[in-house]
Design a protein around this ligand. Structure first.
Ligand code: MIG
Length: 774
């Protein structure tokens, strides 16, 4: 059987096995499941369910796949899930698997003693959220304190980790919800659906990586990013005039500091009207883009969802005539305040609107804009008073960071406060104007970004774009990179970024980063240097800074700091082939680049609570310095042999060490048997053909999948790429490199390999074979 419906306590539970280890549970009051589709899980996956067996047993319904056994108590409805070995891996808490509370439905699940909870998307706070409560409601939160919650994205997903097994839980609900992970009571966790239909997926896996792989099978994976988007990116609010932008570009080249992308924030627009250009500030926009292109720069433009109310503005008029903007229950179009003043909001829930929005990018794309930056898409909406206040603070008083408002006193106050920062409940969506905003709030940004991505692919099917989004929901990784919004130039936020980005990575989003140097407030030299050193290992590496704050460019903090910054940006460029190959793994399996130690070392159970260092891919252990004045830090080296990236000094892992970290060093350790493909430094990606692939190999045994393609087009989808397996091992006292072709259909890859094994250099032709390297 492929699907089963059973009646328990006057409710209907429908479930199916998407795969033998993935179960969808869906409850409803009647047999008419209102929510019979998903904005996240594609139809073909939903419909691809596996068959399973039903076994008769007096008091229980029992269902069996090749991996799991579900048992449901016929009277209480209690659900229990066992694995093949008969171990109970998941259980409802008592008979509270399905509890009604007015129009809401709650489910309570048992917490085992050793359980930990990781994931939850974009979050502040600790990695393990056991004992905490997190809210799922996309919110424009400008104060990123350690306890701030929620932020811009909602990922109602977590991994319940046990020493022996894991499971993932994805709650496919687009409204307001929260996960109480043992805060109320340490014996259970619970979550609640306001819509009255509980729809969630259970994913069994032995390790967190297995769960992530299947979770991204459900929710989607990122495409191969354009290669240039892995380079260094410079932004600020705003480079607001043509000459400023060109001077900035020239400065990068004059100083030979590699950089690939420049961002234009909201001031390129005419009065903040989306899809316009301010001709006073940018009189020759297209020529500017041409010049930048000839210098090797790409340009990414910000696009906000709010459309200015203005009778003389095409985008507004078009949307008005075609009924594209969100309405209120009384039939009138909703108006709120954002940067352009009084604005209306496209209803991205409608496919037609997404298409239209996508097409609006046409002129920019034809000019040669390479990517789009979707901001404010929670959506963030100001009240009139807040709008005026913001204008006064930012434009007249020229503040560098917004005043900190007092925290709401109660949980209910908090929910009220965050609900007030967006479209109100009375706003309705959809073709029939029948969906209230509160039911779809969390996917508004996702659908805007989808519109942008699909529009770009339609308009220019030849090149891969870079889309970055602030708001998001599971599935955002199919379309876009994510940066975590308005952090502060503070040591605290450098530190919290390490955790937040791990949380997002565990949640299936591989292309993540934060504003390097910090957004609000003034950065200083030491903080900037330390943040750049960390940013090299953010998958998305961009400096950005707020209005009125001091300059935040690689040369803004004196020549000594500039030199360190150049060295580290250069290191990033050397690592590009390693990073790109890691993205191949993300595309194929959803495995993120930034990996919590527990992902790489699942057998070292204590690492579940360890997060102030992380693995960048399988080989590099990154240990950021996150305190002012620090010139050393304690590092835990997982079991095995490690090498200091800079000095090559050898360490035995499984212990803590103290490591010296002068300002020009971030502690990085390389795992034994590492094979790290590297390029020579260039000013921008594609400047020089990289005929030689440098392979830095470390003693031990290891394996790495090396991927290459043109880095620009979608041809890889048609098989135009190369994939090689590199492995290294010791045989009769000699170290070998083995090169194996897995797929070869791209002619312009590297032609030679230059092996560096413990400073012994050897050049070989890039072909299949076994080579002695020691
Ligand atoms: O309310 O476009 O997070 O990166 O520079 C502020 C101006 C609006 C918020 C984004 C930030 C961007 C800023 N935006």
């Amino acid at each position: 059987m492929n699907e089963k419906v059973i009646e328990i306590k006057d409710e209907f539970l429908r479930f199916s096995f998407i795969k033998p280890n993935i179960i969808r549970f869906h409850f409803s009051k009647d047999r008419n499941w209102k929510k019979d589709f998903s904005f996240v899980v594609e139809k073909n996956i939903l419909n691809s369910s596996e068959s399973f067996e039903e076994i008769e047993d007096g008091n229980y319904y029992i269902f069996i796949s090749s991996i799991l056994k579900i048992s449901i108590n016929k009277i209480s409805g209690k659900i229990e899930i066992f694995n093949k070995e008969g171990i109970l891996i998941h259980s409802d808490y008592k008979d509270k698997g399905y509890v009604k509370d007015g129009g809401k439905v709650l489910t309570y699940k048992e917490i085992k003693k050793e359980m930990a909870f990781i994931g939850f998307g974009e979050r502040m706070g600790w990695l393990n959220k056991k004992g905490e409560r997190v809210i799922n409601w996309n919110t424009d939160e400008s104060n990123h304190s350690f306890t701030a919650d929620p932020l811009y994205q909602s990922h109602p997903f977590f991994i319940a980790w046990n020493p022996e097994f894991c499971y993932g839980l994805f709650f496919d609900d687009y409204g307001m919800s929260y996960f109480d992970m043992g805060k109320e009571n340490e014996s259970y966790y619970y979550f609640c659906s306001e819509s009255g239909e509980l729809d969630y997926y259970f994913i069994y896996g032995k390790t967190p990586k297995e769960v992530i792989e299947d979770y991204t099978y459900l929710t989607g994976r990122y495409y191969m990013p354009p290669l240039w988007s892995l380079g260094f990116q410079q932004s600020r609010w705003s480079y607001d005039r043509e000459d400023k932008v060109l001077n900035l570009a020239k400065k990068f080249r004059d100083k030979a500091i590699p950089c690939d992308v420049i961002y234009l924030d909201i001031d390129y627009m005419k009065g903040y009207r989306v899809f316009t250009i301010d001709k006073k500030k940018f009189p020759n926009f297209k020529e500017m883009l041409d010049k930048l292109r000839s210098m090797g720069f790409k340009v990414v433009l910000i696009v906000d969802p709010g459309v200015k109310v203005d009778r003389n503005y095409e985008v507004y008029n078009e949307g008005l005539i075609n009924n594209y903007f969100c309405k209120q229950t009384n039939g009138k179009i909703f108006m709120g305040y954002v940067w352009p003043g009084k604005s209306v909001f496209p209803d991205f829930i409608k496919e037609e609107v997404r298409y239209w929005w996508g097409e609006k990018h046409k002129e920019f794309i034809e000019y040669g804009v390479s990517g789009f930056w979707n901001d404010m898409n929670e959506p963030s909406v100001f009240s009139f008073i807040d709008f005026i206040l913001m204008k006064i603070l930012l434009f007249f008083l020229k503040i560098k960071e917004p005043p900190k408002l007092p925290d709401p006193k109660t949980f209910e106050d908090k929910l009220k406060k965050i609900k007030a920062k967006t479209l109100p409940d009375g706003v309705i969506h959809g073709i029939e104007d029948s969906i209230s905003h509160s039911q779809v709030h969390n996917i508004y940004g996702l659908l805007m970004t989808k519109a942008t991505y699909e529009g770009f692919r339609r308009i220019n099917p030849k090149i891969r774009p870079l889309i970055i989004s602030r708001a998001g929901f599971p599935g955002i990784q199919k379309y876009s990179a994510v940066w975590c919004g308005d952090n502060k130039s503070s040591w605290e936020n450098l530190y919290t970024s390490i955790i937040t980005l791990q949380n997002l990575s565990i949640s299936g989003v591989p292309f993540v980063g934060e504003d390097v140097g910090g957004f609000w407030g003034d950065c200083d030299g030491e903080l900037f240097v330390r943040w750049i050193q960390l940013g090299v290992f953010y998958p998305f590496f961009r400096v950005h800074s707020a209005l009125n704050t001091r300059e935040q460019e690689p040369w803004s903090f004196g020549p000594e700091n500039e030199k360190i910054v150049r060295d580290f940006i250069s290191l990033r460029y050397r690592l590009i082939p390693y990073i790109y190959s890691l993205f191949y793994e993300a595309k194929e399996k959803g495995i993120p680049l930034m990996r919590s130690l527990i992902l790489e070392y699942p057998q070292e159970k204590d690492l579940i609570n360890h997060f102030d260092e992380f693995m960048f891919g399988p080989f590099l252990l990154v240990c950021p310095i996150y305190e002012r004045g620090k010139r050393e830090r304690e590092v835990y080296l997982p079991k095995g042999i490690w090498y200091d990236f800079f000095t090559e000094k050898r360490f035995r892992g499984g212990s803590r060490i103290r490591i010296y970290a002068p300002l020009n060093r971030i502690p990085i350790f390389v795992r034994e048997g590492a094979i790290i493909p590297m390029w020579d430094v260039q000013n921008y990606i594609g400047e020089k053909y990289q005929e030689i692939l440098n392979l830095k190999i470390y003693p031990g045994e290891g394996r790495f999948l090396y991927y290459e393609d043109d880095g620009v087009s979608w041809d890889y989808e048609k098989g135009v790429f190369n994939l090689f397996e590199f492995s290294t091992f010791l045989k009769n006292g000699t170290q070998y490199l083995k090169v194996k072709i897995i797929h070869k259909n791209y002619d312009y890859g590297a032609k030679k390999i230059k092996v560096d094994f413990c400073k012994k250099i050897r050049e070989i032709d890039f072909e299949e074979g076994e080579f002695m390297i020691s």
